[in-house]
Design a protein around this ligand. Structure first.
Ligand SMILES: [Zn+2]
Length: 250
């Protein structure tokens, strides 16, 4: 095989690694963000549950204070009883006492209602708390794992880029420019096999002379349709014809 073609195949293998690594690095921040969002959602639920409980506790304190105020009011009304002179005054005071009693009773009913709800809401809290703790723990682990992966891949990418640079220096610059152009246009595939008389990049059927030229491998031959560089692998052709779905690795 043409030596430069061999290098282009190597270069493409490296570029695929670069693409894979770039993909991993590009996805990591969003994956971490998504994990964080899941944890934040449970945190929000927990905060809201705590807020509801605090609100109910506050309402109950207010009701207690209201009951106290009404009881004080009642005591004052009762002192007035000693100074009562007429039946009319007496009736008015009794009516006032009734009204205060009603207010106290209403407050106490409300208090009881809130107490029941408070008990219910409080009993739900531990489950939410433990769910949040679990989420928090999972997220921390996930984030640490993702960050470690990110650093590892970043390091590997540097190594691969070094290998890319080294191989680039051995290929004719004009060829590299062409290769880059084809690679960008064709989704990361610039050098492809010829199999079953077809370019494996665009699946265009190749002329017999082109196939012979690729097989001989003296010159670099391009697909007339997609301009990808073509190469020949002897064993893949025979194996494919024998068993199309059982290509052996390597
Ligand atoms: Zn093609």
């Amino acid at each position: 095989m043409n030596a430069e073609l061999q290098k282009l195949i190597e270069l493409q293998a490296i570029d695929r690694e670069v693409l894979d690594f770039d993909r991993i690095l590009g996805a990591a921040p969003n994956q971490i963000k998504a994990g964080q969002a899941e944890m934040d959602a449970v945190k929000k639920e927990l905060d809201q549950a705590r807020e509801v409980i605090a609100g109910m506790q506050k309402s109950n304190k207010q009701l207690e204070a209201d009951v106290q105020a009404e009881n004080d009011h009642m005591a004052k009304i009762k002192t007035k009883l000693t100074a009562v002179k007429t039946n009319k005054e007496y009736s008015a005071i009794l009516a006032e006492v009734e009204s205060v009693k009603e207010k106290v009773s209403a407050c106490e009913d409300k208090e009881l209602e809130i107490m029941e709800l408070l008990e219910e809401k409080s009993s739900e809290l531990p489950a939410i708390e433990s769910r949040f703790k679990e989420e928090e723990k999972n997220f921390k682990e996930y984030k640490a794992k993702k960050e470690a992966e990110y650093e590892r891949v970043k390091g590997e990418l540097e190594v691969v880029k070094g290998r890319r640079q080294a191989i680039l220096e051995t290929i004719e610059p004009k060829r590299v420019v062409l290769y880059d152009k084809i690679l960008k246009r064709n989704d990361g595939l610039a050098v492809v096999e010829v199999r079953e008389s077809m370019c494996q990049g665009c699946f265009h059927r190749l002329r017999p002379q082109v196939i012979i030229d690729v097989k001989v491998g003296e010159e670099i031959v391009e697909c007339s349709h997609c301009y990808r560089f073509l190469y020949w692998v002897e064993e893949s052709e025979t194996e494919d014809q024998a068993a199309p779905n059982q290509r052996s690795a390597g």
